[in-house]
Every structure is written in C-alpha cells, then in structure tokens.
Design a protein around this ligand. Structure first.
Ligand SMILES: Cc1ncc(COP(=O)(O)O)c(C=O)c1O
Length: 410
C-alpha cells in the first residue's frame, strides 16, 4: 500500500477543498431554495447567440479554432478586451492582456509569478475565498484590513503597509462576499498609499460592470494611471477580468491586464500551466460579444439583478429579525448578513437545510475563520427568480427568529 500522505509534497498540506463547492453539493435538492452559489441567472445565458457564434467560428475559422494557439490568447479577443478597458481614457493595448481560464486561473498565475512561500499579503476581511484557496500552498502571512460600507479602512491599510507586504489583493466593486464597494475617495487614497510604500495591488473585478445603483466609479488601474500621469496600464495595478458574470461562467474565459514589464513572466506561467486557453472558446466569446451585443446584454443583466436585489431587500425587511446587519449592494450578486455574534451560522446551515433554504456560512471568507466570521453568511440574489427569493428569505427569517428566541432564564 502506498502511503500517499507521506508521498505528497509539503505544500499540499496547506491545501483544502472549497467550502462553497462542498456546500453546493448539498443544495442541489429541488425542494431547497439556494442562495448559496455565486451563480448567474441561467435563463439569461444568451444560448442562441452563442450557438450562432459557434457556428460562424467553425464555418469561417474552423481549423484555426481547433489548432494549438498563442499562449497570450487570441488577438481579436485581446483587442476587444483592450478596447473595453480603454473606454475611460487609459490606454490599454492587446499587449497588456493575457487570456486565462477564468479569473481564478489569473489568481493562480499571479501567485506563481509574485509570491514566495511565507510572503505577506494584505486582504480585506472578509475576502474572496477562492483567492485564499489558490494561494494557500504559499503559506502566506496575512495582514487583514477591516471594511465598512465604503470598503476597506484606509487608516488600517496605512498601518499594515508599514510592514512592506508583497501584495494587496482587493475586490473593489460589489465585493464577494460582502457586496461592498470601495468609495472613490478611498480608491484615490489607496493608490497614493501604494505609491508612498512602493506597493502593488491585484484588482480583481468580476462584478464591476454589474452596477445597478449609485455612481459608476473608475477602476484602480484608471486612478493609478491618472495619479502617475501616464494614461497607460503601467503602474502598480494588476487587473483581473472575466466573462463569467457578464456572459457565462461555463466558457471559462477571463483575463489578466498587467503592465508590459510583468507580462512576459505571466505568459511563461500560463505556458507552463496549460500552453494556452482554448482558441475555440475564445473565438466564440469574441464573436458573441461583438457588434455591441455584450454591452446590451449587460444592460439586461443589470435590470434583472437590480429587481432581484430589491426583492431580497424588501423580503429581508419583512421577514428577518431586526438584529441582523448588512450593506445594501449597488451591484454584483451578493450581500453578506451579520447575525448576532453568538450565532454559529456554520452549525445552523444544517438547520437551514431543514427549512429548505441554503446560504454560504461566512467563516471561510475570513482569514481568522469562525472566530472572526462565524456569525455571518452570504446570500446570492442573481440566481433564484423573484418569487423564490421572497419565499427563501421567508424561510430563512423563520429559522433565524426561531434560534433567536430569548432563552428562558430561571
Ligand atoms: C472575486 C472573484 N474573483 C474571481 C472569481 C472567479 O471567476 P472566474 O469564473 O472568472 O474564474 C470569482 C468567482 O466567483 C470571484 O467572485
């Protein structure tokens, strides 16, 4: 018998399975209303448009689509992304763009290129669980920065930057899990601080285009360009984008947009990982998105998701107990509820399933785990239809009220 535990590399000891993916398995039952996954609304996937695009690609460019291809990605898709990222005046070019298999692979590749074992990393607390999972093998030292309704606390950030961490990882728009957005003033302060401390930031932005309330804010790479006066993507920001939330996660197409000086290393890491992303899917995504289709599609998504967010807000106001707190998201797919501190939302997950409703317990989004975020849980509002959202929140509210009934004290 092989003892695989002994044979496994040291770094595997830090690896874990994603708690969300495990939870999702439990929520597949048809009688359960699930707010657990980060799933877009499936009925909005533009299946016909993708079918036409696939047909066109295979008819007109079949051999190119099925052949090995460039590690950087298909030129026309990189151009399309560069054009979209340049719309507010910062010049992003094809050479700044590396196509990856979803932003998740982008996180993995950035880790390979920039992180050494034991490096220190600054993150929002809570932060994106998939990043924690991807970078776990590096056994990083985390500096957590608390957040409020305007995003991360800049004074706390200043303190941790004094230790000269390697990197800051941030989801500035409608953050996963909290739904919180970093304010314009704090974006400016953050870039100024990075400049002062010679820092770098990974701006992970899967949800930025799904804004349905409030004011549209410039990205960190745009503020950075403005700050340095360069008007190019050539500063302290490495940007991650994806088609997962604005088109479909099943295509697994995302991108890294980075200063040219670091591109070569990122391309080398991509090459080593999987040679290149599928040219077939890249060409299909490009043919689907073009001629203004993607922009129009995003408008539809915004409308539908705004409606679902509002239904969830109203239902929470009606059915939840009063002593829960959350920030109303102005976009994206999520919000995070802070229940009273003594509630263990991980343990209560099973009770919620008995009430035929599911959420994601918040503990795993916190670097400090259950001690820091055991009383929190994340709700997704994009996936279920409005009537189901109302019913699911009603069930969850009933459960929360049950467990919050004051105990009889003799
Ligand atoms: C903050 C964040 N980054 C990255 C990803 C991964 O996205 P992709 O499907 O492009 O790999 C997600 C997915 O939910 C996310 O929320």
């Amino acid at each position: 018998m092989v003892d695989w535990e002994v044979k496994c590399a040291e770094r595997t000891h830090y690896m874990t399975r994603s708690a969300i993916r495990e939870i999702l398995k439990l929520t597949q039952r048809p009688d359960i209303i699930s707010f657990a996954g980060g799933l877009p609304a499936p009925e909005l996937f533009p299946v016909d448009r993708v079918r036409e695009a696939a047909d066109l690609v295979l008819t007109e460019r079949g051999t190119e689509a099925l052949q090995y291809s460039a590690s950087e990605g298909v030129a026309e898709l990189r151009d399309l992304i560069a054009e979209r990222m340049s719309r507010r005046g910062v010049q992003v070019t094809r050479d700044n763009i590396l196509i990856v298999n979803g932003a998740q692979q982008g996180i993995e590749l950035i880790g390979q290129v920039l992180l050494d074992e034991g490096d220190s990393l600054v993150v929002e607390d809570p932060t994106y669980m998939g990043m924690l999972q991807a970078w776990r093998p590096y056994n990083l030292c985390y500096h957590t920065v608390p957040t409020d309704h305007d995003g991360l606390d800049i004074d706390a950030l200043r303190e941790v930057l004094k230790a000269h961490p390697k990197l800051l990882y941030l989801v500035p728009n409608f953050q996963n899990p909290q739904g919180v957005t970093l304010s314009l003033e704090r974006r400016r302060q953050l870039i100024a601080l990075l400049d002062e401390f010679d820092g770098l930031v990974v701006e992970d932005n899967p949800y930025g285009e799904l804004r349905f309330g409030g004011e549209d804010l410039p990205s960190l790479y745009e503020i950075d360009a403005e700050y340095s006066g360069k008007r190019a993507l050539d500063g302290r920001v490495i940007y991650l984008g994806t088609f997962s939330k604005i088109l479909a996660p099943g295509v697994r197409v995302g991108w890294i947009a980075a200063p040219m000086a670091i591109m070569e290393k990122l391309v080398q890491a991509k090459q080593a990982a999987d040679l290149h992303s599928s040219p077939l899917t890249q060409l299909i995504v490009s043919a689907t998105a073009r001629d203004g289709f993607l922009d129009k599609h995003i408008l539809t998504l915004r409308e539908v998701y705004r409606d679902r967010r509002d239904v969830m807000m109203d239902a929470i106001a009606t059915y939840f107990p009063e002593d829960v707190h959350f920030v109303k998201p102005e976009g994206g797919l999520f919000l995070m509820v802070h229940a009273p501190k003594h509630l263990d939302m991980t343990a209560l997950f099973k009770v919620a399933l008995d009430h035929k409703v599911a959420y994601v317990p918040g503990a795993d989004f916190y670097v400090g785990g259950a001690a820091a975020g055991g009383h929190t849980f994340r709700l997704n509002f994009s996936n279920a239809r409005p009537a189901m959202i109302e019913e699911g929140i009603k069930r969850l509210g009933a459960m929360l009220k049950d467990v919050l009934v004051p105990q009889y004290m003799p």
